[in-house]
Write a protein that binds this ligand. Structure first.
Ligand code: FAD
Ligand code: NAI
Length: 464
């Protein structure tokens, strides 16, 4: 590689990029990674998965202590106070620990971190600050950023993106969340638990697009019970900020009379868009599709030989674990191995309480492909959920009516995010619902509900 500075140069050190870099280095390839942020780990570790879970975890404890849930267990907690600074402090500690951990792994694996913004100069050379480097293989893993709402200026004080919503210095009395997707429900829950009156404005007639229909309906019920308000089939047409307060103009999605809503904070969470600005894709001979994504083939190759792309910048769900798995696979492909990601089995989890999780097809999508059998089991009938006073939710197993092969599994349960892993593994192994039903599950666990839902596919659950 006489002329090349690197065998592999990864652009972006999020879960896609940093994992690709580590795997490439593990495979003996000379690897560099360009990252413009002051710390490694990308959106996920710095302003996404990790800090949001730190706030979800802490706010849940506060909710339990402040709102009488602990009292129901015989634990009297009087004088419960919110110390928001400390709560933010533990969030920042989690971020620092994990981003520092990635930096340690880079050093351990002898990966060079090129600090700065990468711009292609040609198909095999990239400029970072004053330095131009050449690489035999370049992996674009530049991730995504918040989709702006036309006419709404995000000032990260009153009108915030998810990043600002993680850092609010005080609990707003009222908060409007624009977009009832994953971020809206997670961060809306955080501030609701900490005392804000939260209204979610969603353009569609139901929240969580892409999730199973039953799950979306049940989520609506549960979230309403928790005190979140929903304005479905409603669009925001403008937000004005004056004296630290926002006035939103909303109207029915289908058109109609406009009205206004006042709020102390507005969260814009209407999706995310791939990051390709300033990347100089044209110099490399690449372009983006209509959705701003870089197109790839099954092996993560772009149309330009030697340039690969993974994670949020390519089509598919914008999820950290999808990006990580693609990171491993792309490095293995570059090294001449066979790196594969099964995009049909990517779990998706919303970390509300209860958690909402799914893998594979929704019932609606499965029915479009053919005849299906569906088994459902309520958490209310699961002994562990009952004992823990967690009655909300269900597990649903969708199987092919002829072959019994599991096509999709959906869960709403306190630990749905953990339960869904067994469903994903079963699906990876091509399991039938009977395979799950006849697998011995430990008692008493929430996971027994997966077994019973699988039993319900053929009509034989025990506990209902
Ligand atoms: P990113 O993590 O976005 O990383 C890309 C990196 O590239 C960034 O650090 C950026 O600075 C850098 N970069 C971009 N362009 C350049 C350039 N030209 N030069 C140098 N560097 C560049 N997913 C989950 O699976 N679970 C969750 O719980 C979850 N929670 C989330 C919560 C929030 C609030 C948000 C916003 C997202 C969440 N996500 C979650 C989504 C997850 O963060 C993304 O899917 C994941 O980070 C994508 O990884 P990536 O490597 O493709 O890109
Ligand atoms: P999203 O795509 O999940 O939800 C956006 C919502 O906004 C949709 O319900 C959509 O119908 C609605 N919407 C769009 N335009 C609107 C408008 N003008 N007015 C009102 N509603 C409108 O996007 P979100 O929540 O911003 O998250 C972005 C990405 O980040 C997601 O794709 C998700 O994959 C990822 N993420 C994942 C998490 C997890 O895995 N737990 C947590 C947070 C984010």
């Amino acid at each position: 590689m006489a002329d090349y500075d690197f065998d592999v140069l990864v652009i972006g050190a999020g879960p896609g990029g940093y994992v690709a870099a580590i795997r490439a280095a593990q495979l003996g390839l000379k690897t560099g990674c360009v990252e413009s942020r002051a710390t490694l780990g990308g959106t996920c570790l710095n302003v996404g998965c990790i800090p949001s879970k730190a706030m979800l975890h802490a706010s849940e404890f506060y909710d339990h202590a402040a709102n009488g849930h602990l009292a129901k267990l015989g634990i009297k907690a009087s004088g419960v106070e919110l110390d928001l600074d400390t709560m933010h402090g533990q969030r920042l500690d989690a971020v620092k620990n994990l981003t520092g951990g990635v930096e340690f792994l880079f050093k351990k694996n002898k990966i060079e971190w090129l600090k700065g913004h990468a711009t292609f100069e040609s198909a095999d050379s990239v400029k970072v600050g004053d330095r131009t480097v050449r690489a035999k293989n370049i992996v674009i893993a530049t991730g995504s950023s918040v989709t702006p709402l036309p006419g709404v200026e995000i000032d990260e004080k009153v009108v915030v993106s998810s990043t600002g919503a993680l850092e609010l210095a005080k609990v707003p009395e009222t908060m409007v969340v624009i977009g009832g997707g994953v971020i809206g429900l997670e961060l809306g829950s955080v501030w609701k638990r900490l005392g804000a009156k939260v209204t979610v404005v969603e353009f569609l007639d139901q929240m969580l697009p892409g999730f199973d229909g039953d799950v979306r309906k049940e989520t609506n019920k549960i979230m309403k019970k928790q005190g979140l308000e929903f304005r479905l089939s409603t669009k925001v047409t403008g937000v004005k900020v004056d004296g630290g307060k926002a006035t939103l103009t909303v109207e029915p999605a289908a058109g109609g009379a406009a009205e206004t809503i006042e709020a102390d904070a507005v969260l814009v969470s209407i999706g995310r868009k791939p990051n390709t600005d300033g990347l100089g894709l044209d110099k490399a001979g690449l372009e983006v599709n209509k959705r701003g994504q870089i197109e790839i083939d099954h092996d993560f190759r772009t149309k330009v030989p030697g340039i690969w792309a993974i994670g949020d910048v390519v089509p598919g769900p914008m999820l950290a674990h999808k990006a990580e798995d693609e990171g491993i696979a792309v490095a293995e492909n570059i090294a001449g191995q066979t790196g594969i990601v099964n995009h049909d089995v990517i779990p998706s989890v919303v970390y509300t309480m209860p958690e909402i999780a799914g893998v594979g097809l929704t019932e609606e999508a499965a029915k479009e492909r053919g005849e299906v059998k569906v088994g459902k089991f309520p958490m209310l009938a699961n002994s562990r959920a009952k004992t823990n006073h967690e009655p909300d939710g269900f597990v649903k197993v969708i199987a092919d009516a002829k072959t019994d092969r599991v096509l999709g599994v959906w869960c709403i349960a306190s630990v749905a995010g953990t339960m869904i892993a067994q469903a994903a593994q079963a699906m990876e192994f091509g399991a039938t619902s009977e395979d799950i039903a006849y697998t011995c599950h430990a008692h008493p666990t929430h996971s027994e509900a997966v077994k019973e839902a699988a039993m319900a596919v053929t009509g034989k659950p025990i506990h209902i």
